[in-house]
Design a protein around this ligand. Structure first.
Ligand SMILES: NC(=O)c1ccc[n+]([C@@H]2O[C@H](COP(=O)([O-])OP(=O)(O)OC[C@H]3O[C@@H](n4cnc5c(N)ncnc54)[C@H](O)[C@@H]3O)[C@@H](O)[C@H]2O)c1
Length: 343
């Protein structure tokens, strides 16, 4: 099964390591280093079979290549997965993370990690004991949710400008799905901009704390609004849900919002403008790289987060001119940047 996946993959390098003491498989996928060292988070998860973890790492690392290229970061795409038999705790977790740190260190900086699912800053602190190529440790550059939320805010403004002719959010209705680390900040920023904010979360108490009007979680996709902002889970846009949407714009932080690539066209056909997830949610990555690598101050960070809005304006324009979806325009831009660097 690993063999099939490796044959089909177009990435540069996949490191596969079985960690005997824990029974975990470690997969580090370096999809591309053309634009710079491969960056991407480490995910810890239980999978039905190890090959599912490798497939996840491959797919996610490829998405990171496109995300970094569109964001203009001097980084390639990578991703790592720790496919564990069960989520470890205590000493077993610490030892696993130390051994993982040694594996990443052995790659000499080709792959540089941050957190992802089930990997918190405190876990990264442990990885960093054995490896210098670690971002997002405790206190390093703060919660990346804030940078992501600011990027999404700029993206929503750009999308409104494209659809309604003005980036002014005063009076625009935005439904924020998911009042977590990103959604909470986003709801606050939107309110400050004068938008009418609707918030929905499976945890109703969280939704209530975020401010705005609470919408029951099951109604999020069918509630009338100008902007639907998915900031919870992926896969909410599908052949089943798109026909029922009552918004003009989809612009949010969730990763992998489209259930299938064809859903970009489905949104387009319904006249709904879609801000590609990996473009609009790049603020977290920009914050990590900018503050921890480039030595930016807050003002420089703010400028770079605002550039997410400019990139989206450009993509929306190019998509219209070429008669393609913004997602296709984003992939084209990434391919051009990578080809130019290669040349
Ligand atoms: N935090 C970042 O910097 C960052 C960067 C890029 C992308 N993202 C993506 O953005 C999304 C949100 O990230 P986060 O850090 O805020 O996560 P989080 O875990 O802090 O918050 C997610 C929230 O969504 C809620 N939720 C879960 N399932 C839901 C559902 N079906 N309907 C409504 N609410 C639901 C949870 O209760 C929680 O409050 C995720 O998809 C994440 O991968 C986050």
């Amino acid at each position: 099964m690993f063999e099939d996946l490796l044959r089909r993959w177009d990435g540069e390098e996949a490191v596969i390591h079985f960690d005997e003491p824990s029974g975990a498989w470690m997969f580090v996928c370096v999809h591309s280093t053309v634009l710079g060292p491969a960056g991407g988070g480490t995910r810890m998860r239980v999978y039905e079979q190890p090959a599912d973890g490798l497939a996840d790492a491959m797919r996610l690392s490829q998405a990171m290549t496109v995300k970094m290229a569109v964001a203009g970061a001097e980084r390639g795409g990578g991703k790592a997965v720790l496919a564990v038999p069960e989520l470890p705790t205590g000493d077993a977790r610490r030892k696993l993370l130390l051994r993982y740190g040694e594996l990443v260190a052995s790659l000499g900086g080709t792959y540089r990690t941050a957190g992802d699912m089930n990997i918190a800053p405190a876990d990264l602190d442990i990885v960093k004991e054995r490896c210098q190529w670690v971002y997002g440790t405790t206190g390093a550059s703060g919660n990346s949710g804030r940078g992501t939320a600011i990027g999404v805010l700029h993206g929503i403004r750009a999308a409104c400008e494209h659809v309604f002719g003005s980036a002014d959010l005063n009076g625009r209705s935005v439904l924020v799905q998911g009042a977590g680390s990103v959604g909470r900040d986003l709801a606050r920023f939107l309110e400050a901009d004068g938008a009418t904010v609707l918030v929905s979360d499976v945890d109703a108490a969280r939704a209530a704390e975020a401010g705005g009007t609470v919408v029951p979680a099951r109604d999020a996709l069918v509630t009338e609004c100008d902007v639907y902002s998915p900031c919870a889970v992926g896969g909410t846009l599908s052949a089943e849900t798109i026909p029922a949407l009552r918004c003009r714009i989809v612009a949010g932080s969730a990763n992998n919002q489209l259930a299938t690539p064809e859903d970009a066209q489905r949104l387009h056909d319904r006249g709904i403008l879609y801000a590609p997830d990996y473009v609009i949610n790049a603020g977290g990555v920009i914050q990590l790289i900018g503050l921890e690598d480039q030595g930016w101050d807050e003002a420089e960070l703010e400028r770079n987060l605002a550039a997410i809005g400019d990139t989206l304006r450009q993509l929306f324009r190019e998509a219209d001119e070429a008669g393609i979806t913004p997602a296709a325009a984003a992939e084209r831009l990434a391919a051009q940047r990578i080809a130019a660097k290669r040349a």
